[in-house]
Design a protein around this ligand. Structure first.
Ligand SMILES: *Cc1c(COP(=O)(O)O)cnc(C)c1O
Length: 354
């Protein structure tokens, strides 16, 4: 039976990427070696790193004023690394608290400087994006989580601010076009919409760095990694290689506009069924619905259990909601084929609980 992977992360990758990744493990580009055993200083791997960086810039329309890094430690390391590199003790950063990941970023930033939580949707278990807020003057940066993987909410547009803008885009980077030049620092764990677990993409406007007075440990200093092309120490070569394969795939599909069209089509199909089907309902404010993580609940605990069993029996994997929300979460990242969403919707239509 074909398994349809709706997991939130690590998540689905394009079938062709999996195939190419597997082939490279067996043997890489006539080297007679597996990609797993090739030196990161070899010309083959330097070429992988160079192409991956360039493709990120090409897809996002960024120039040489940005550094592109593939680091380790997950997006969770970026929660503190961003503040450590940008925020002096006597400065203030503003955060919008839209869920668990934002809250964790807030906690870490407080170690390094002033933190002003401008708005939060915690009062309603993060089922919406707060809208009535304004960034005060003298704010060092505004931090947002563009897509809230757990709750299924998403900023529909980047906010305006005179301060620097920092964005955790772990679960929606490359899902649609956006003005990347408006963002000064982007970070994204690869394992949602870009590649396997093991590397984190960081995109940073170079001129904002080097302005804090504290000492920064070498491995946590963005400027060091920029200077060394993400190879100050041994980078996670294989996860970066799989990211490169995905980036090539995105480009071959037609880039971010093509991704957006496909993602919106998939999301519309699924949300329409959730809204139509009496056994299910959505969990978030309609205007804030995510195109990547579609959350919904059943009309009773018994039906929830029954639908989950029905999904499992029919080859749907990873659709159980996060424990803090319950219900269901269908993650329909770039690599999720439209046909798999059609298949899930058909299961919802055919679901006839006893
Ligand atoms: C998954 C996730 C994280 C955490 O990523 P790790 O790589 O596991 O540290 C942070 N932010 C968002 C939005 C996420 O979806």
């Amino acid at each position: 039976m074909k398994i349809h992977n709706f997991s939130a992360g690590p998540a689905i990758l394009p079938a062709s990427v999996i195939e190419e990744a597997a082939a490279a493990v067996a043997e890489y580009q006539g080297t007679g070696l597996s990609i797993l055993e090739v030196s990161h200083r070899s010309k083959e791997i330097v070429a992988v790193m160079d192409e991956a960086r360039q493709l990120v810039k090409d897809l996002l329309g960024l120039g040489d004023d940005y550094g592109v890094l593939f680091l380790t430690g997950g997006a969770s390391t970026q929660f503190f690394m961003s503040a450590m590199n940008l925020l002096n003790e006597d400065e203030t950063a503003c955060y919008i608290d839209t869920g668990t990941w934002s809250s964790k970023a807030i906690k870490e930033a407080k170690i390094f400087g002033g933190v002003n939580v401008l708005a939060s949707s915690k009062d309603q278990n993060y089922n919406y994006i707060p809208k009535d807020w304004k960034v005060p003057a003298n704010t060092k940066y505004l931090h947002i989580t563009t897509n809230n993987t757990i709750y299924g909410t998403q900023f529909q547009a980047l906010p305006e601010t005179d301060s620097l803008l920092v964005a955790d885009m772990s679960s929606d980077i490359f899902s649609r076009p956006f003005d990347a030049n408006k963002v000064d620092l982007i970070y994204a764990g690869a394992q949602k919409n870009l590649g396997p677990a093991g590397t984190t993409l960081v995109i940073v406007r170079k001129e904002i760095l080097g302005k804090v007075t504290r000492a920064i440990p070498t491995m946590l200093d963005y400027q060091v990694h920029i200077k060394k092309d993400s190879s100050f120490n041994t980078p996670p070569v294989y996860p970066i290689f799989v990211c490169l394969l995905t980036l090539r795939w995105i480009q071959a599909q037609g880039g971010l506009l093509a991704m957006q069209k496909q993602n919106e089509k998939k999301a519309a199909l699924l949300y329409d069924e959730i809204d139509r089907n009496p056994f299910f309902s959505g969990t978030t404010a309609v205007e804030d619905r995510s195109c990547m993580n579609v959350t919904f609940v059943a009309d009773s605990p018994a039906h929830e259990e029954a639908f989950l069993a029905y999904c499992t029996a029919n080859g749907i994997s990873g659709i159980k909601g996060h424990r803090s929300v319950g219900g269901f979460r269908a993650s329909i990242y770039n690599a999720m084929p439209y046909e798999s969403v059609v298949y899930l919707v058909e299961l919802m239509q055919n679901f006839k609980p006893a």
